[in-house]
Ligand binder design. Structure first.
Ligand code: ASP
Length: 414
């Protein structure tokens, strides 16, 4: 059975098991403690922990080995600017589209807000200087804190420096290449755990939340899903058509396994190894470029997250009886785009960053708790869109720079 099929069957079984547990076995302390909070929780968390364990070492060595193998270091700057601009452009499109579609929906309102509602979520978000936060003053603390962008910046710097003295350091280059192979193998081993991990994750979610959590939020949920799917098919096809000569059908046909995988992780960061593998093996993108653009995308490109944030801001504004003027829409677009750069590619990060947008608009932050019942499932879907965007832009830029093997891209069975 193919990997995708296995994961899909596990997902479905997880959802059914969760609903059955919620309806027939709960409340029951034993089931809650041992089955849900111990067994399901441990299995699903272990999978994420293992992926997170490998992601920074993998990025580190694959970027260095990638840059060392690029002969002309100056191309790196041009590639960086193109990739970054497209990442920002698609996020702007995503959030604008989310607001546009939301404006056709009428949500129920609970009336005017009282202003005594406080939340401490905003306290977590100090305004920080984005440029300075890219560079680590201490590489080891960047590693210890799991800061992808800082590890990326340091690796790029090592890679560039190493390319200047390439001839004198054959042992260093060989070591990095060998480590790269070992880490890739580790990734392949961890990925085998996906079916069991996704079963545990979905069974836990549906056992604790139940389907009832969805009912009051069904309209919001459907709007987000509609915008995610439309953006996924429309924006990325337009991007492929306008900026490349790549076969659009091939792009989507080969994306299935990656989408299913990110569904299981709800984390762009944890999916980096798999995304990297997909764009290199299936789409034929040059590995050096992919090992730079995929981690960058996982950190700054969050179209799906921006869509959720736009729809959520609109939904909560209506819920609290706040009218959004044109200026408020612009605020949402700008804040969500900046927030998406600062949002970590980890589960639930997007809903926490939503507080930034709500604060700007004066919407009570406690509205976030309203959304939590459906957020786990939406997180899976938006993360898949986030990662698909990274893959699409990586292919588009790679094609424009002749860094893609078109034969491999057009071959369906690799
Ligand atoms: N889970 C998302 C990601 O990793 C971020 C979010 O929207 O919560 O891309």
């Amino acid at each position: 059975m193919s990997f995708t099929k296995k994961v899909l069957i596990s997902m479905l079984s997880g959802i059914i098991a969760g609903i059955l547990i919620n309806n027939f076995l709960l409340p029951n302390d034993f089931i809650e403690y041992y089955l849900i909070n111990q067994i399901f929780f441990t299995i699903s968390s272990l999978f994420l922990i293992l992926l997170k364990m490998i992601v920074l070492p993998l990025i580190f060595v694959s970027i260095i080995s990638g840059i060392v193998s690029i002969n002309d270091v100056s191309t790196l700057g041009r590639l960086g600017i193109k990739t970054f601009s497209l990442y920002i452009l698609t996020t702007l499109v995503a959030i604008t589209f989310a607001l546009f579609i939301s404006s056709f929906v009428s949500y129920d309102s609970v009336g005017q807000i009282t202003n005594d509602i406080q939340s401490n979520i905003a306290g977590n978000m100090d305004q920080k200087n984005i440029i300075l936060s890219i560079f680590p003053s201490n590489f080891f603390s960047a590693l210890a804190n799991g800061n992808v962008i800082q590890v990326l910046a340091f690796a790029v710097f090592i890679g560039i420096s190493a390319s200047y003295v390439k001839k004198d350091i054959p042992i260093f280059i060989e070591l990095i290449d060998s480590l790269n192979k070992v880490f890739n193998k580790m990734v392949m081993i961890i990925i085998q755990l996906t079916p069991i991990a996704v079963f545990a994750l979905l069974a836990k979610t549906f056992a604790t939340e139940g389907v009832e959590a969805f009912i009051p939020l069904i309209k919001y949920f459907l709007v987000v899903v509609f915008v995610l799917i439309t953006h996924f098919f429309l924006t990325y096809s337009i991007l492929l058509r306008l900026f490349s000569n790549l076969n659009i059908y091939m792009f989507y046909a080969k994306l299935k396994a990656l989408i299913i995988f990110t569904f299981s992780t709800s984390s762009s960061n944890a999916s980096i190894p798999y995304t990297l593998n997909t764009v290199v093996q299936k789409y034929g993108v040059n590995k050096s470029f992919a090992s730079f653009s995929i981690p960058l995308g996982a950190t700054i490109n969050m179209d799906g997250t921006a869509i959720m944030q736009g729809c959520a801001a609109y939904f909560l504004a209506s819920y609290y009886g706040i009218d959004l003027a044109f200026g408020d829409m612009v605020t949402i677009i700008l804040t969500a785009t900046i927030a998406s750069i600062g949002t970590a590619g980890i589960p639930s990060a997007g809903i926490i960053m939503l507080s930034l947008i709500l604060t700007e608009l004066g919407i009570p932050l406690e509205g976030i708790t309203l959304l939590l019942g459906v957020d786990r499932l939406l997180d899976m879907m938006r993360t898949s869109v986030n990662v698909s965007g990274d893959a699409c832009i990586t292919c588009v830029v790679a094609e424009s720079e002749d860094l893609i093997d078109i034969k491999a891209f057009n071959k369906l069975d690799n």
